[in-house]
Write a protein that binds this ligand. Structure first.
Ligand SMILES: [Zn+2]
Length: 97
């Protein structure tokens, strides 16, 4: 098995790079819709109802059942899509938007 690509089609497998679960059914795991391609300054702008958000790009990602119970997905403009562990209520609050 050759798996050289770091990011194959996201929806074909679990978004956790350390997990190899394959996406089969929508009712399994958790589906995420994340905005990618946003610039740093755009994050504020989007909250300000700026209508110049033509750079917005929505992408879908999937976490398998197992992973979705212990982690969530977040977009970081430096690192791209990354997994975040669900730890405490404080962590949940920090991730709330
Ligand atoms: Zn997984």
């Amino acid at each position: 098995m050759v798996r050289a690509r770091s990011y194959p089609e996201m929806l074909s497998k679990c978004a956790n790079p350390e997990c190899s679960a394959v996406f089969l059914y929508l009712n399994q795991g958790k589906l995420f819709r994340l905005e990618t391609g946003l610039m740093a300054s755009m994050e504020k702008a989007s909250r300000d109802f700026n209508e110049n958000n033509s750079e917005r790009k929505l992408e879908y990602f999937w976490l398998c059942e197992e992973c979705s119970q212990s982690m969530t997905l977040a977009y970081d403009r430096a690192a791209g899509i990354s997994t975040r562990r669900i730890l405490t209520e404080a962590a949940v609050a920090a991730g709330a938007s």
